[in-house]
Ligand binder design. Sequence first.
Ligand SMILES: Cc1cc2nc3c(=O)[nH]c(=O)nc-3n(C[C@H](O)[C@H](O)[C@H](O)COP(=O)(O)OP(=O)(O)OC[C@H]3O[C@@H](n4cnc5c(N)ncnc54)[C@H](O)[C@@H]3O)c2cc1C
Length: 136
Amino acid sequence: MRANKELQKRVFYTENIEIIWNHVPVEILGESDKFSKTVTGFRLKNINTQEEKILELDGVFVAIGHHPNTEVFAGQIELDKDNYIITQKGSSHTSVEGVFAAGDVQNTNYKQAITAAAGGCIAAIDAERFLAMVEE
Ligand SMILES: Cc1cc2nc3c(=O)[nH]c(=O)nc-3n(C[C@H](O)[C@H](O)[C@H](O)COP(=O)(O)OP(=O)(O)OC[C@H]3O[C@@H](n4cnc5c(N)ncnc54)[C@H](O)[C@@H]3O)c2cc1C
């Protein structure tokens, strides 16, 4: 598990959560007609034995961790090895003049709504200053 220890504990100690170790999802199974689509199960594969099994379910929620959604900037703005946008220390300036970054795509440490909002404010101020400088 890659989640932080506190989140792991919450999962371990919740009685109605069953952890299925060493499996990856293969396929969501379902039925559909003209009017609706219904989930009926989930096909899983054991990564050690390659054996597949089907869990009968009537719903699926996808939660697959944190991955910065920055592919669109690859090759245009400098990214770090984990694909986070690199900003200059204490600011939202990126490797490209006039492009500013804030929030989860840039913050590797404190991914929270309030830090993203604060980053947005910093980026807005940096952008305003940049525009004022360009206009001079
Ligand atoms: C399950 C979960 C629980 C969380 N719980 C909390 C909590 O309790 N408290 C807390 O403070 N934080 C919580 N967070 C973290 C918080 O949601 C994030 O830190 C915050 O939303 C980051 O804001 P953001 O603006 O950087 O990114 P986002 O909120 O992810 O916004 C990015 C936006 O950009 C859009 N976008 C992506 N690609 C493109 C594109 N190519 N073109 C146009 N638009 C695009 C996306 O659709 C999205 O609307 C939680 C996060 C998750 C996933």
